[in-house]
Design a protein around this ligand. Structure first.
Ligand code: CIR
Length: 257
Protein backbone atom coordinates (compact mmCIF):
# COMPACT_ATOMS: atom_id res chain seq x y z
CA UNK A 1 0.00 0.00 0.00
CA UNK A 2 1.27 3.44 -0.80
CA UNK A 3 0.27 6.38 1.38
CA UNK A 4 0.45 10.00 0.28
CA UNK A 5 -1.46 11.82 3.02
CA UNK A 6 -2.23 11.58 6.71
CA UNK A 7 -4.61 13.25 9.12
CA UNK A 8 -3.41 13.99 12.64
CA UNK A 9 -4.81 16.06 15.48
CA UNK A 10 -2.61 18.18 17.73
CA UNK A 11 -3.04 17.21 21.42
CA UNK A 12 -4.85 19.74 23.57
CA UNK A 13 -4.12 20.54 27.19
CA UNK A 14 -7.07 18.32 28.15
CA UNK A 15 -5.05 15.38 26.76
CA UNK A 16 -3.82 14.58 30.25
CA UNK A 17 -7.44 13.99 31.35
CA UNK A 18 -8.21 11.40 28.67
CA UNK A 19 -9.08 7.76 29.16
CA UNK A 20 -6.43 5.35 30.33
CA UNK A 21 -5.97 1.95 31.91
CA UNK A 22 -2.20 2.37 32.24
CA UNK A 23 -0.67 2.97 35.65
CA UNK A 24 2.37 4.97 34.55
CA UNK A 25 1.41 8.39 35.83
CA UNK A 26 -0.07 11.40 34.07
CA UNK A 27 1.47 12.41 30.79
CA UNK A 28 3.38 15.66 30.54
CA UNK A 29 1.54 17.86 28.09
CA UNK A 30 4.60 19.64 26.69
CA UNK A 31 6.52 16.41 26.21
CA UNK A 32 3.46 14.90 24.51
CA UNK A 33 3.35 17.88 22.11
CA UNK A 34 7.06 17.51 21.33
CA UNK A 35 6.67 13.78 20.71
CA UNK A 36 3.64 14.45 18.52
CA UNK A 37 5.59 16.99 16.49
CA UNK A 38 8.38 14.47 15.92
CA UNK A 39 5.82 11.85 14.92
CA UNK A 40 4.38 14.30 12.36
CA UNK A 41 7.87 14.99 11.02
CA UNK A 42 8.49 11.26 10.65
CA UNK A 43 5.34 10.94 8.54
CA UNK A 44 6.46 13.88 6.39
CA UNK A 45 9.86 12.27 5.99
CA UNK A 46 8.06 9.18 4.70
CA UNK A 47 6.63 11.37 1.94
CA UNK A 48 3.20 12.12 3.41
CA UNK A 49 1.42 15.44 3.21
CA UNK A 50 -0.21 16.12 6.55
CA UNK A 51 -3.52 17.66 7.51
CA UNK A 52 -3.11 18.65 11.15
CA UNK A 53 -6.44 19.32 12.84
CA UNK A 54 -6.27 21.88 15.62
CA UNK A 55 -6.46 20.73 19.22
CA UNK A 56 -9.99 20.45 20.56
CA UNK A 57 -10.06 20.85 24.34
CA UNK A 58 -13.52 19.25 24.45
CA UNK A 59 -12.01 15.99 23.14
CA UNK A 60 -9.24 14.83 25.50
CA UNK A 61 -8.57 11.68 23.44
CA UNK A 62 -8.94 13.48 20.12
CA UNK A 63 -5.28 13.13 19.17
CA UNK A 64 -5.92 9.38 18.70
CA UNK A 65 -7.57 10.03 15.33
CA UNK A 66 -7.20 6.46 14.13
CA UNK A 67 -10.20 5.42 16.20
CA UNK A 68 -12.61 7.71 14.36
CA UNK A 69 -12.39 6.24 10.85
CA UNK A 70 -11.31 3.22 8.83
CA UNK A 71 -9.60 3.92 5.53
CA UNK A 72 -10.24 1.44 2.73
CA UNK A 73 -8.67 2.61 -0.51
CA UNK A 74 -10.64 5.61 -1.76
CA UNK A 75 -13.33 5.20 0.92
CA UNK A 76 -13.37 6.10 4.60
CA UNK A 77 -15.86 4.61 7.03
CA UNK A 78 -16.68 6.83 9.99
CA UNK A 79 -16.87 4.90 13.24
CA UNK A 80 -18.93 5.17 16.40
CA UNK A 81 -16.30 4.98 19.15
CA UNK A 82 -17.02 2.54 21.94
CA UNK A 83 -16.26 5.10 24.64
CA UNK A 84 -19.15 7.57 24.79
CA UNK A 85 -16.71 10.34 25.76
CA UNK A 86 -15.04 9.99 22.34
CA UNK A 87 -18.11 10.23 20.08
CA UNK A 88 -17.66 13.96 19.57
CA UNK A 89 -14.34 13.35 17.84
CA UNK A 90 -15.71 12.01 14.58
CA UNK A 91 -17.25 15.13 13.01
CA UNK A 92 -14.01 17.06 12.48
CA UNK A 93 -12.22 14.01 11.11
CA UNK A 94 -15.08 13.17 8.76
CA UNK A 95 -15.00 16.73 7.42
CA UNK A 96 -11.25 16.50 6.80
CA UNK A 97 -11.59 13.12 5.09
CA UNK A 98 -14.29 14.45 2.74
CA UNK A 99 -11.65 16.57 1.04
CA UNK A 100 -10.03 13.50 -0.48
CA UNK A 101 -12.11 10.35 0.09
CA UNK A 102 -15.64 9.04 -0.29
CA UNK A 103 -16.94 9.08 3.27
CA UNK A 104 -19.31 6.31 4.40
CA UNK A 105 -21.14 5.63 7.65
CA UNK A 106 -21.08 6.50 10.44
CA UNK A 107 -21.48 3.18 12.18
CA UNK A 108 -24.91 3.29 13.82
CA UNK A 109 -26.11 2.36 17.32
CA UNK A 110 -26.13 -0.19 18.81
CA UNK A 111 -22.93 -0.75 16.86
CA UNK A 112 -19.65 0.54 18.26
CA UNK A 113 -16.31 0.46 16.50
CA UNK A 114 -12.87 1.94 17.18
CA UNK A 115 -10.47 2.17 14.27
CA UNK A 116 -7.74 0.81 16.54
CA UNK A 117 -9.52 -2.53 16.36
CA UNK A 118 -9.22 -2.70 12.60
CA UNK A 119 -6.10 -4.22 11.10
CA UNK A 120 -5.93 -4.18 7.31
CA UNK A 121 -3.89 -6.89 5.65
CA UNK A 122 -4.01 -6.08 1.94
CA UNK A 123 -7.57 -6.84 0.76
CA UNK A 124 -8.67 -8.34 4.07
CA UNK A 125 -9.62 -6.54 7.27
CA UNK A 126 -9.28 -8.17 10.68
CA UNK A 127 -11.73 -6.58 13.11
CA UNK A 128 -11.10 -6.98 16.84
CA UNK A 129 -14.09 -7.54 19.09
CA UNK A 130 -13.07 -5.69 22.22
CA UNK A 131 -14.39 -3.58 25.05
CA UNK A 132 -14.76 -0.82 22.40
CA UNK A 133 -15.90 -2.69 19.28
CA UNK A 134 -18.96 -4.93 19.32
CA UNK A 135 -20.40 -7.46 16.87
CA UNK A 136 -22.93 -4.98 15.47
CA UNK A 137 -20.20 -2.45 14.73
CA UNK A 138 -17.97 -5.10 13.16
CA UNK A 139 -20.86 -6.36 11.00
CA UNK A 140 -21.67 -2.84 9.76
CA UNK A 141 -18.04 -2.22 8.89
CA UNK A 142 -17.74 -5.58 7.11
CA UNK A 143 -20.85 -4.79 5.03
CA UNK A 144 -19.46 -1.39 3.97
CA UNK A 145 -16.07 -2.88 3.16
CA UNK A 146 -17.72 -5.59 1.05
CA UNK A 147 -19.20 -2.87 -1.19
CA UNK A 148 -15.63 -1.98 -2.10
CA UNK A 149 -14.47 -5.56 -2.67
CA UNK A 150 -12.75 -6.10 0.69
CA UNK A 151 -13.25 -9.13 2.90
CA UNK A 152 -13.34 -9.03 6.70
CA UNK A 153 -13.33 -11.36 9.68
CA UNK A 154 -13.36 -10.85 13.44
CA UNK A 155 -10.77 -11.59 16.12
CA UNK A 156 -12.15 -11.82 19.63
CA UNK A 157 -9.79 -10.12 22.08
CA UNK A 158 -12.33 -9.61 24.87
CA UNK A 159 -10.65 -12.18 27.11
CA UNK A 160 -7.30 -10.44 26.65
CA UNK A 161 -7.67 -7.91 29.42
CA UNK A 162 -4.51 -5.91 28.81
CA UNK A 163 -5.27 -5.28 25.16
CA UNK A 164 -7.31 -2.14 24.53
CA UNK A 165 -7.54 -2.64 20.78
CA UNK A 166 -6.56 -5.37 18.34
CA UNK A 167 -3.79 -3.16 16.96
CA UNK A 168 -2.46 -2.50 20.45
CA UNK A 169 -1.21 -6.07 20.09
CA UNK A 170 -0.49 -6.54 16.42
CA UNK A 171 0.43 -4.73 13.22
CA UNK A 172 0.57 -5.73 9.58
CA UNK A 173 3.84 -5.05 7.81
CA UNK A 174 2.77 -6.17 4.34
CA UNK A 175 3.97 -9.22 2.37
CA UNK A 176 1.80 -11.45 4.61
CA UNK A 177 3.78 -10.61 7.74
CA UNK A 178 2.51 -9.45 11.13
CA UNK A 179 4.25 -8.23 14.25
CA UNK A 180 2.37 -9.44 17.34
CA UNK A 181 2.60 -9.63 21.09
CA UNK A 182 2.76 -13.12 22.55
CA UNK A 183 -0.72 -14.34 23.38
CA UNK A 184 -2.73 -12.20 20.95
CA UNK A 185 -5.46 -14.48 19.59
CA UNK A 186 -4.73 -15.84 16.11
CA UNK A 187 -7.92 -16.10 14.10
CA UNK A 188 -8.32 -18.97 11.65
CA UNK A 189 -8.11 -16.43 8.81
CA UNK A 190 -4.55 -15.60 9.95
CA UNK A 191 -3.26 -19.03 8.99
CA UNK A 192 -0.66 -18.68 6.28
CA UNK A 193 0.69 -15.37 7.58
CA UNK A 194 4.12 -15.05 9.15
CA UNK A 195 4.24 -13.69 12.70
CA UNK A 196 7.15 -11.83 14.24
CA UNK A 197 6.53 -12.15 17.96
CA UNK A 198 7.73 -9.43 20.31
CA UNK A 199 9.46 -10.31 23.57
CA UNK A 200 7.03 -10.25 26.50
CA UNK A 201 8.65 -7.10 27.90
CA UNK A 202 8.46 -5.40 24.50
CA UNK A 203 4.78 -6.03 23.90
CA UNK A 204 4.00 -2.31 23.53
CA UNK A 205 6.21 -2.24 20.43
CA UNK A 206 3.83 -4.60 18.60
CA UNK A 207 1.96 -1.46 17.57
CA UNK A 208 4.24 -0.37 14.76
CA UNK A 209 3.31 1.20 11.43
CA UNK A 210 4.57 0.52 7.94
CA UNK A 211 4.52 3.78 6.00
CA UNK A 212 5.69 3.26 2.45
CA UNK A 213 9.31 2.05 2.73
CA UNK A 214 9.70 2.76 6.43
CA UNK A 215 8.47 1.07 9.58
CA UNK A 216 7.76 3.42 12.48
CA UNK A 217 8.65 1.70 15.74
CA UNK A 218 8.38 2.98 19.30
CA UNK A 219 11.73 4.02 20.75
CA UNK A 220 13.15 1.82 23.49
CA UNK A 221 12.36 -1.68 22.24
CA UNK A 222 15.74 -2.88 20.95
CA UNK A 223 14.90 -6.53 20.36
CA UNK A 224 12.09 -5.78 17.94
CA UNK A 225 14.11 -3.03 16.27
CA UNK A 226 17.03 -5.44 15.75
CA UNK A 227 14.75 -8.11 14.31
CA UNK A 228 13.10 -5.70 11.87
CA UNK A 229 16.48 -4.32 10.89
CA UNK A 230 17.73 -7.85 10.23
CA UNK A 231 14.70 -8.41 7.98
CA UNK A 232 15.76 -5.39 5.94
CA UNK A 233 13.21 -2.78 6.97
CA UNK A 234 14.17 0.88 7.18
CA UNK A 235 13.22 1.89 10.71
CA UNK A 236 12.27 5.18 12.30
CA UNK A 237 12.17 4.96 16.09
CA UNK A 238 9.85 7.44 17.79
CA UNK A 239 9.65 8.29 21.49
CA UNK A 240 6.10 7.46 22.62
CA UNK A 241 6.24 7.59 26.42
CA UNK A 242 3.52 10.22 26.83
CA UNK A 243 1.10 8.40 24.51
CA UNK A 244 1.79 5.02 26.04
CA UNK A 245 0.60 6.46 29.38
CA UNK A 246 -2.82 6.97 27.79
CA UNK A 247 -3.02 3.55 26.08
CA UNK A 248 -2.02 5.04 22.74
CA UNK A 249 0.39 3.64 20.18
CA UNK A 250 1.97 4.80 16.96
CA UNK A 251 -0.89 3.79 14.72
CA UNK A 252 -3.48 5.66 16.83
CA UNK A 253 -1.95 9.05 16.12
CA UNK A 254 -2.78 9.22 12.43
CA UNK A 255 -5.09 8.17 9.66
CA UNK A 256 -3.00 7.27 6.66
CA UNK A 257 -4.48 7.56 3.17
C1 CIR B 1 -8.63 5.65 24.73
O1 CIR B 1 -8.67 4.99 25.77
O2 CIR B 1 -9.55 5.63 23.92
C2 CIR B 1 -7.41 6.48 24.44
N1 CIR B 1 -6.87 6.99 25.66
C3 CIR B 1 -6.37 5.68 23.70
C4 CIR B 1 -6.80 5.28 22.32
C5 CIR B 1 -5.72 4.56 21.61
N2 CIR B 1 -6.10 4.29 20.29
C6 CIR B 1 -5.73 3.21 19.60
O3 CIR B 1 -5.14 2.29 20.15
N3 CIR B 1 -6.11 3.14 18.34
Amino acid sequence: MHFSRAIVRIPGQSYIDGLTTVDEGRPDFHTACAQHARYCQALRDCGLELTALPADEAQPDGTFVEDTAVIAGRAAIITRPGAASRRGEVAAVAAALRASLLVLGPVKAPGTLDGGDVCQADEHFFIGLSARTNEAGAAQLAAMLAQYGYTASTVDIRAHRTLLHLKSGMSYLGERRFVAQPGVPRAAAMAGYEFIETAADESYAANCVRVNDTVLVAEGYPLLAARLDELGYALRCIEMSEFRKMDGGLSCLSLRL
